[in-house]
Design a protein. Structure first.
Length: 498
């Protein structure tokens, strides 16, 4: 077995079906055909049993905040897969749900004659619930495979309360896992004469036909026919691995060497801007890491112990280590936290000290209560906040540092911290391409004290929660509301964080 056992989770009780007719890879969270442990596992099972490989990539319409924006981004990646897989010994089944619930039975139908089904493991959004439901329906061996990050989800022993603690754990235990990366191109392992299915079986195709060319192109008329939110429009950013790599290569060659100085200057275009593609699994953190190691140096020895320091462990230039700290520590601490605390989006899971101080100040007078409708439309008392929100509505993204301020001000304009959390999640998950993600939950709950500490002086509304002001944020980022809303398309791209 080439996929590390730490990344494979067996679901259900059914064994491998030796007389099965194919292996199914159920692609939902890791939407790529490179650097993908789940696909690699599917390939090795198909080769072992000499049966065709099927890739089923499905897109539901009943997920929370389903919209033209999110659908278009995912469909663009699916169209890329359809073209790339056409000449290979693989059957690709792209399916787009026309009505909520129409997909019921699809995976079970493919599983009925399968050797095994391999699915993406992921701690976020509806994926854990979906996998539990699927395990009750799949009639053969069913595995969930983790391609989320550099550190397998299964090896972290607990949810870490601070990024420093997770960083220290990572530095002590990561090296063996870094030495087991996914294959860059797992489909290359299939022999050219590997058996294939000539077409989707008729009993499946009649009920769950492959997505049309119009749908895969995210044609506006095709999107309009779906029961999703048409008020949240697609954005110029294109989904898929090709677009993700193009953005990565631009950042890698031009901006990574000066990352530290430029990432908080919004017009400097020195942030990677990769969060939407990472969110949908269009690009792997392993691919980014491999490129960095190939250019700058090898993985550190496992006897290095800097006790959780941000710099020095990798033995790389400071700018490169700063980016790796974002990619590894801050991205993965959120995924591992959600793995251990599935309801991390709920107010009662905030740190005890944070809830205590927020409750002590819950009745403090607010400068103004702003409705969620007005907030969504960018009608608050703060011009900088309004510009940030309108950028989110228009472009589907917001600079990471500005998103911190965005959340802090919502705390001031809602009647209770519980309401603030609910509003932040709603606005972010509805409009942001990288919403509905463990990192979204990390960032939003950080606003209310998670992964942070108590700060002084104690303030009205905030209590001991870290305070931020629009004036200081504007100075730090060297930005004005007029600049945010007046940017050209190219300048909008440069406003993105990570």
């Amino acid at each position: 077995m080439t996929v590390p056992a730490t990344r494979i989770r067996r679901l259900g009780s059914h064994p491998i079906r030796p007389a099965g007719q194919h292996v199914v890879v159920y692609m939902t969270a890791t939407r790529r055909i490179t650097h993908n442990y789940a696909l690699q596992r599917g390939v090795e099972l198909a080769i072992e049993h000499s049966v065709p490989l099927v890739i089923l990539e499905a897109l539901r319409c009943g997920y929370q905040y389903a919209s033209d924006r999110i659908h278009a981004f995912v469909l663009q990646g699916m169209a890329e897969h359809a073209a790339a897989l056409a000449p290979l010994p693989v059957l690709y089944h792209p399916w787009v749900e026309p009505q909520p619930g129409a997909g019921k039975g699809l995976l079970a139908a493919w599983a009925d004659h399968a050797v095994a089904v391999v699915a993406d493991d992921h701690p976020g959004f509806f994926y854990p619930r979906m996998l539990r439901a699927a395990a009750r329906q799949v009639s053969c061996a069913f595995e969930a495979v983790d391609s989320v990050g550099l550190m397998p989800l299964s090896v972290s022993p607990k949810p870490y309360a601070r990024a420093h603690d997770f960083r220290r754990f990572f530095q002590k235990t990561a090296v063996p896992h870094l030495e087991q990366p996914p294959q860059a191109a797992p489909l290359d392992q299939l022999p050219t004469d590997h058996p294939t299915l000539p077409a989707i079986p008729s009993h499946i195709a009649e009920r769950w036909p492959a997505a049309s060319a119009a749908l895969l192109s995210a044609d506006p008329a095709a999107l309009k026919a779906l029961p999703i939110d048409h008020t949240v429009a697609p954005v110029p950013l294109v989904g898929g691995t090709q677009a993700a790599r193009s953005r990565w290569q631009q950042f890698f060659e031009q901006e990574l060497p000066r990352y530290t100085a430029g990432r908080r200057v919004m017009q400097a275009d020195r942030s990677s801007g990769l969060s939407p593609w990472l969110h949908f699994g269009h690009i792997s953190p392993h691919e980014l890491f491999d490129d960095i190691v190939s250019r700058y140096g090898a993985v550190p020895a496992d006897d290095v112990r800097p006790a959780g320091k941000r710099h020095g462990w990798w033995g790389l230039p400071e700018d490169v280590e700063a980016f790796l700290d974002e990619l590894v520590t801050w991205r993965e601490v959120g995924h591992h936290f959600l793995h251990h605390v599935p309801n991390a989006h709920e107010y009662d899971t905030l740190p005890a000290w944070a809830r205590k101080t927020l409750e002590e100040h819950a009745d403090d007078p607010r400068p103004q209560i702003v409705s969620v409708e007005d907030l969504a439309a960018g009608r608050s008392p703060d011009p900088l906040w309004n510009a940030a929100q309108l950028q989110l509505v228009r472009d589907g993204r917001m600079h990471n540092y500005l998103r911190m301020l965005w959340g802090k001000r919502i705390l001031e304009w809602t009647a209770h911290p519980r309401d603030a959390l609910a509003v932040m999640l709603e606005l972010n998950d509805r409009f942001a391409l990288d919403g509905r993600d463990p990192n979204s939950i990390s960032g939003i709950t950080w606003v209310l004290g998670r992964f942070d500490r108590a700060w002084g002086p104690e303030r009205p509304i905030y209590g001991k929660i870290r305070y931020m002001s629009s004036l200081n944020t504007a100075k730090k980022l060297k930005v004005t509301p007029e600049k945010i809303l007046g940017w050209t398309a190219a300048e909008r791209q440069s406003s993105l964080g990570f």
